[in-house]
Design a protein around this ligand. Structure first.
Ligand code: FAD
Length: 489
């Protein structure tokens, strides 16, 4: 570990004195586990602060600002980009213990602390007949603070939108330790700059959220699911356009390419259509009330009959689960194609999706690597999973080449390099493809104005970092699924 400046050592001693050893950990496994996120790039740092109250957060930031100590805020550490890794050392500010959830039924709002787990918020809303739609796949683990900081998405974004669309107000601290609140328990405001929206998606670089007011919706009465098989990836993606251009508004519209279906069928053993194998799929779910849902169902079946090879609809809960099985199984089965995965979350405009499917084929051929791709087709937000073997230097070189080609291509197609995971460390080398000098300059100016000493989550978003130079930790995290291996015939 690099030598820690004396001033920073003194700051840590003061912090310990101020908050005590229950909240400030200088060693141990809990501290080690907060030295990385789901990307597993671990960095040494001085102290883990387990905040229990707003007061703890304010006091930590005030001291950090005074002594110039880097602070990395942390929720559950499920980030896939290294955004919660303390790359510059200093203190990790863990907010997971501040996790209360209060539902304001008559206002259709939830007042939550940042460490509240997203599935707990959903369950609390559900128990009052209300609905919090954003549903990242990590929802049983990730916190609302992390979701706000990354503007998390998920499958239901197709109809409902992302986290940003449900945040009415934020309260928290500036990097200087000053308390601020942007909005309140009301639905709109036009009171100067909207810093609430600036904080959302800023990856913990502009402020620390300690409270949020979320918008809730009435719970949809019913849902209905259909799975459709297509002849080719391109045909499946063309069918997405047709469904959406016809005015259909599915809650979920997930695409699984041929390679992902291979993982589900040939590796995990999921079989969904008799006599049809290795066909790309669209999984479509509608929700709403009875008459609307009946209308959606009629139109969707007409669409599937016209464009697909075959379709299956779910008439029971059990059948719904069966239709979801390929989507759930494909990800862990991808590890039959390599022990390591680069999970990208790029976005392409709807009309470029077919071109993108062509590019993916070429990319895999050029670099001789598999990149099974699935994702949120209604948003053009695809998870391209580049599979490789970490111990094979040549495969690492090829994986790196494939990522570079991918990032250049999505920008050339009018898309962007991240739709929901954010930039963190992983995508810093590609920021200059997605943002020009003026745009980067404007973002830097905002950062400087709000965080003059640049203490909050330094090293993220702006400065290119070479992730390939650092070995990931070998550790199993609670959300790591057991890889599915291909059974020998
Ligand atoms: C298996 C798996 C599936 C996933 N699926 C999805 C998905 O479908 N959609 C999606 O969008 N993402 C997904 N993710 C990524 C990840 O879950 C999200 O980015 C999530 O929002 C991170 O939440 P967290 O609590 O784990 O935050 P952390 O990982 O702890 O932190 C993430 C960022 O938020 C900042 N931060 C955390 N709390 C605060 C706060 N209170 N104030 C200010 N900044 C804060 C951190 O500094 C960091 O920059 C997935 C991850 C995994 C491991």
């Amino acid at each position: 570990m690099a030598r820690i400046p004396k001033k920073r050592q003194q700051a840590t001693e003061k912090l310990l004195e101020l908050l005590g050893p229950r909240k400030v950990k200088l060693e141990g496994n809990e501290k080690y586990m907060a030295s990385f996120d789901s990307m597993k790039l671990s960095f040494p740092y001085e102290a883990l602060v387990v905040a229990r109250s707003e007061k703890d957060v304010g006091a930590t930031l005030k001291l950090a600002n005074e002594f110039g100590v880097p602070v990395t805020t942390r929720g559950a550490g499920t980030s896939l980009t290294g955004s919660a890794s303390p790359i510059k050392g200093g203190w990790v500010l863990d907010l997971s213990k501040m996790n209360s959830v209060k539902i304001l039924k008559t206002k259709s709002m939830a007042v939550v602390q940042p460490g509240a787990i997203v599935s707990d918020i959903q369950a609390a809303a559900d128990s009052e007949g209300l609905f919090y739609p954003p549903d990242p796949s990590s929802l049983k683990y990730c916190t609302i603070g992390g979701n706000i900081a990354c503007n998390a998405g998920g499958m239901r974004c197709a109809k409902y939108g992302v986290t940003r669309d449900f945040v009415l107000a934020l309260e928290g601290f500036l990097p200087t330790g000053e308390k601020v609140s942007w909005g309140g328990e009301y639905k709109k405001f036009a009171t100067g700059y909207n810093v609430r929206d600036l904080w959302i998606g800023s990856e913990g670089t502009l402020g620390v959220v300690t409270k949020a007011v979320l918008r809730l919706l009435p719970k949809p009465e019913k849902k209905w699911t259909i799975l459709v098989a297509f002849d080719s990836d391109i045909k499946a993606l063309e069918a997405v356009q047709k469904l959406l251009f016809a005015g259909q508004n599915p809650a979920i519209l997930e695409f699984l390419d041929t390679n992902s279906v291979y993982c589900a069928e040939e590796v995990a053993g999921v079989k969904l259509f008799k006599g049809l194998s290795l066909k790309p799929l669209l999984l479509v779910e509608f929700d709403g009330n009875g008459s609307q849902l009946r209308e959606d169902k009629k139109k969707a079946i007409a669409w599937a009959t016209e464009l697909g090879l075959a379709y299956r609809e779910a008439k029971t809960e059990k059948e719904t689960e069966t239709l979801w099985s390929a989507r759930r199984a494909c990800s862990p089965a991808m590890f039959s194609m390599g022990d390591s995965k680069i999970n990208e979350d790029i976005v392409v405009p709807l009309e470029s999706q077919a071109k993108f499917a062509r590019f993916l084929k070429q990319m895999q051929k050029k670099w001789k690597l598999n990149a099974p791709t699935f994702g949120h087709a209604a948003d053009g937000n695809f998870h391209v999973n580049i599979m490789y073997t970490r111990s094979d230097a040549d495969e690492c070189r090829r994986a790196k080449g494939a990522v570079l080609d991918l990032m250049k291509k999505v920008v050339a197609l009018g898309g962007t390099i991240s739709g929901e995971h954010g930039i963190g460390l992983a995508k810093t080398p590609f920021m200059n493809f997605a943002r020009n000098e003026a745009e980067m300059g404007a973002m830097r100016a905002i950062k400087k104005a709000l965080d003059p000493k640049r203490i909050l989550n330094p090293g993220k978003i702006f400065t290119p970092y070479e992730v390939w130079d650092k070995k990931p930790e070998v550790v199993k995290l609670p959300w790591d699924k057991k890889p599915i291996a291909k059974k020998e015939a």
